[in-house]
Design a protein around this ligand. Structure first.
Ligand code: NG6
Ligand code: CA
Length: 510
């Protein structure tokens, strides 16, 4: 006689089989594809030669030309930390305070054990890694212990491996963190970091400008490392300091190692580049190569890095079984704190690709970013015109992998895997963009954009000469008007009110 426990076992086996098979069915064959998410920093909608940029980016263009290129994909915010927070958690960062651009000694913003894009992959049987810029805080309430075990961090939210730039290249400490320790730290030379008072006796940009090889334009006048003054003070950890010129190569090398080590398991790699954030210090072999100054040179470097990754995937026989996603965390910026002539040398290269604003802004260039999906099962050479938000990667991959989404934490992530994989152009109804000062706008699928009245300054007040999009009047634009030049708010009050209501509904969502 079959006993109850046998029945349970049979039932369990059958459901696992079904679940497993349907995960495979979503991807079309019987092995799961590797997924590489290339997440760049401050790369604009028009920065690739694919989209009209003047600096050749043949390797990245390949992803757009031979994959599915999105005309209207968005990061959730016009700065880094909130975009990355939403990308990984599926929750809009503005739902709680303290998720703006994080200082270099911030504590971990994503709670241990929380479901993330990475944990979805891990649960589905993938090896997972983050290699590159983190900028989501590390360590407990007191912040990271740079001389000990740095936890919590990425290893506590779904990543098996981590090789990190803890915050940004322009924030101390300028060291890599491997898994949960500072790499190559000499215990006899401990690191100390401060985001308040000066500590240690290392020179600063403010006191010793004659020591600078790259000058600052605003902010960035604190501890000098490698001839560049940074945000924040540090001392110690000499053996662990990076050389800015080598960052890109190092991240590629670490990624290659991770890819090669993935033998019998599919992998998810979150490859989070330092380029093209400031300070824009390309390796010597790229310096002066673009003809557009340091900003152009790091675009060339970024393109080469992507080329090296693709080549390695190919060499390892893994490219045909991989999906590669390419995007950026926010729009372009020119002078972001260092004198590198980004404005002066821009020539006819339009980094914003005809959109208004840039990084920090409520206008489209703040969050409408390059986005392509390439590889196994993805239509070749097609354009996706549906609106798409990076916040949906979590639910979309969860769906494709038959993983359950914790809707209590990933409150804002919707399953649009059919849009992501180019099977339909029926996407979201609308999405919310976050500019600086927490100003939220709403983009609707029918091609309109609403920016509510706000008090903030019309131009970013601390240096980058970028329009914020803030005025005391409500603004409504048709997105056919690429430059957001004609405010339709008075002409189309019904539409304006409809979008204002929709925005409020998202804000009020519990
Ligand atoms: C700003 C920095 C800017 C950049 C930005 C974060 C100053 C004056 N400006 O505060 O240089 O680091 O933060 O950029 O300090 S992000 O892409 O990581 O969001
Ligand atoms: Ca950024």
């Amino acid at each position: 006689m079959i006993q109850y426990k046998h029945l349970t076992l049979i039932f369990f086996c059958l459901t696992s089989l079904l679940l497993c098979n349907s995960a495979k069915a979503q991807f079309g064959t019987d092995s799961l594809p590797n997924v590489v998410l290339i997440y760049t920093d401050d790369l604009g909608y028009g920065d690739l030669s694919f989209s009209g940029g003047k600096i050749p980016t043949p390797n990245i263009d390949r992803l757009f030309e031979q994959g599915l290129s999105f005309s209207q994909a968005y990061s959730t915010a016009a700065t880094c930390t909130p975009s990355r927070y939403s990308l990984l958690t599926g929750e809009y960062a503005w739902r709680a305070k303290g998720r703006g651009v994080a200082p270099g000694n911030a504590s971990a913003l994503i709670k241990s054990g929380r479901q993330t894009l990475a944990s979805i992959f891990r649960e589905a049987g993938y090896r997972t890694a983050v290699i590159g810029k983190w900028h989501l805080g590390l360590g407990g309430e007191k912040g990271p212990d740079w001389n000990g075990v740095i936890t919590p961090g990425p290893l506590d939210i779904g990543f098996d491996e981590a090789f990190l730039i803890p915050a940004t290249g322009d924030r101390v400490p300028t060291v890599f963190v491997k898994d949960n320790r500072v790499l190559e730290l000499d215990p006899n030379d401990p690191i100390a970091v401060s985001y308040g008072k000066k500590i240690g006796d290392w020179p600063t940009g403010k006191e010793n400008p004659e020591l600078l090889t790259t000058k600052y334009s605003h902010g960035h006048d604190q501890t000098i490392v490698n001839g560049i003054s940074r945000i924040g003070y540090m001392t110690g950890g000499k053996a662990a300091l990076w050389r800015d010129e080598d960052i890109s190569d190092r991240l590629v090398e670490e990624s290659k190692k991770f890819i090669s080590a993935s033998k019998d398991q599919p992998f998810f790699l979150y490859f989070s580049t330092h380029d093209i954030h400031v300070p824009r210090i390309a390796h010597e072999r790229y310096q002066g190569k673009s003809g557009f100054g340091p900003r152009g040179d790091v675009i060339v470097q970024l393109d080469e890095a992507v080329g090296m990754l693709l080549e390695h995937l190919e060499k390892e026989g893994k490219l045909s079984n991989s999906i590669v996603i390419f995007s950026s965390d926010n729009g372009p910026v020119w002078d972001d704190g260092y004198v590198d002539q980004a404005f002066e040398l821009i020539g006819d290269h339009d980094a914003a690709g005809g959109l208004r604003g840039g990084k920090y802004s409520a206008f489209e260039a703040g969050t409408r970013v390059p986005f392509a999906v390439f590889g196994r099962g993805i239509p070749e050479g097609k354009t996706q015109d549906a609106i798409f938000s990076q916040i949906d990667l979590l639910s979309s991959f969860a769906s494709a992998l038959n993983q359950k989404v914790d809707s209590k934490s990933a409150t804002d992530s919707e399953d649009h895997h059919q849009v992501l994989f180019g099977k339909t152009d029926e996407g979201r109804d609308g999405l919310v963009q976050e500019a600086i000062r927490g100003v939220l706008s709403y983009v609707s699928a029918d091609g309109f954009k609403y920016i509510p009245p706000s008090e903030g300054e019309a131009i970013v007040p601390w240096g980058p000469k970028i329009e914020t999009g803030f005025t005391k009047k409500p603004q409504l634009y048709s997105l056919m008007d690429k430059k957001e030049s004609i405010n339709l708010s008075d002409k189309m009050p019904k539409k304006r009110d409809e979008l204002a209501r929709k925005l409020q509904t998202v804000i009020d969502k519990k």
